[in-house]
Design a protein around this ligand. Structure first.
Ligand code: EPU
Length: 340
């Protein structure tokens, strides 16, 4: 464990906010966590890769950063009811492992399931919290279970995928267990046999006419990402700033009357998910810049820091976007980024 005080966080958040925290604790092994009970009684925040967090001020508490990685192949097959060996592989991955290492590992070991999630920044431990998703796949589709500690009792937990109550950019870790647990490991069930999800139109189109492979799908996903999303090593941002809003059929029909090209996807429970990027674009914000903060010109769902934006500049932009979208569509956008 490494402890530092008055620690600068600029390198620890992809938005590049130049803030500090009172105390920063780097956790080098999951075994250290149950020994930290006292700390969990004081204000704290678990920070993975910092790719989904907007720090708005000095953090007067302890930032806990999991730095323990590791990918274990826990089992290579499971028996089926017919007594044959089925085709799946279980990986147990430590929270501090960079997500990119996991998708690379899958490519190297020919494991299918996570390839559409190639290129997502962050650490593995954060993936189940917001059920990361892209290009037709959500991580819940491959999560078997999630291990960690309840931080109020320091008891270990192991939650099945069902226990995690996964939803669109949502899980139990954002509700009942918010601030009450530390995820240490995520178990993934992956397929050693080719199995692709090509429901995202641009992905299917780019691969049309050739047999998909792990490499071709991953490379195409990266190309699509690069064409729409900023390179976080060059431009500060936290990916999609807002969630795509869900409206009922009546509101959708009324909006469609006014905006015939409105994009919407059925959610499966009678509701319609709108594309926040399109709403923001129609509200006139795409590419708009105020000082060093602005809306990314190629994807309106992304707020960017062009250099030295202060937290309040980013906050001004996101609040104005919410207000303008509300005025035009009577739809309230919700940030998906954690605002601290
Ligand atoms: N659109 C616009 N203008 C824009 C952006 C999008 O009109 O500026 C329209 C597009 O034309 C399209 C629709 O909105 O018809 C959806 O756009 P896109 O496929 O790019 O996806 P998204 O809904 O904007 C979501 C995720 C992304 C993920 C993509 C691809 C959320 C909040 N975001 O974006 O996730 O990469 O789908 O699956 O669900 C992230 O979470 O950081 C992230 C980038």
């Amino acid at each position: 464990m490494n402890v530092a005080t008055d620690f600068p966080l600029r390198e620890y958040n992809t938005f590049g906010m130049d803030v500090t925290c009172a105390r920063f604790v780097q956790i080098d092994s999951a075994d250290e966590i149950p020994k930290m009970a006292d700390l969990f009684d004081t204000p704290h925040y678990i920070l993975g890769g910092g790719s989904n967090t907007l720090f708005t001020d000095y953090y007067n508490g302890t930032i806990l950063h999991p730095a323990f990685g590791g990918i274990e192949m826990a089992s290579q097959s499971t028996p089926t009811s017919e007594g044959t060996s089925s085709s799946s592989v279980l990986l147990r991955v430590a929270a501090g492992e960079p997500w990119e290492n996991l998708t690379n590992y899958c490519r190297e070991h020919s494991l299918y399931g996570l390839e559409n999630l190639t290129g997502i920044p962050g650490l593995v431990g954060s993936a189940p919290v917001q059920n990361i998703g892209a290009y037709g796949v959500e991580v819940k589709d491959c999560i078997e279970k999630v291990e960690g500690y309840y931080t109020d009792t320091m008891q270990p937990f192991c939650l099945t995928s069902d226990d995690c109550h996964f939803g669109y950019r949502d899980s139990i870790f954002k509700h009942e267990l918010k601030g009450r647990c530390f995820i240490t490991h995520v178990w993934f069930r992956l397929s050693p046999q080719p199995r692709f999800t090509l429901t995202y139109k641009a992905l299917a189109q780019a691969l049309e006419g050739r047999e998909p492979t792990l490499d071709s799908v991953a490379e195409t996903v990266l190309a699509i990402r690069n064409s729409k999303l900023p390179d976080i090593t060059q431009i500060g941002c936290a990916g999609s700033f807002f969630k795509n809003p869900v409206v009922d059929q009546a509101q959708h029909a009324a909006l469609l009357n006014r905006f015939p090209d409105l994009v919407a996807y059925p959610t499966g429970d009678g509701m319609m998910k709108l594309a926040a990027g399109q709403l923001i674009e129609k509200a006139g914000w795409k590419g708009r810049r105020e000082g060093d903060a602005g809306i990314y010109p190629k994807q309106a769902l992304v707020i960017v820091n062009y250099g030295n934006a202060k937290p309040e500049e980013i906050c001004n932009v996101y609040r104005q976007v919410i207000a303008d979208v509300k005025d035009l569509f009577q739809v309230t956008l919700t940030p998906e980024v954690n605002i601290i």
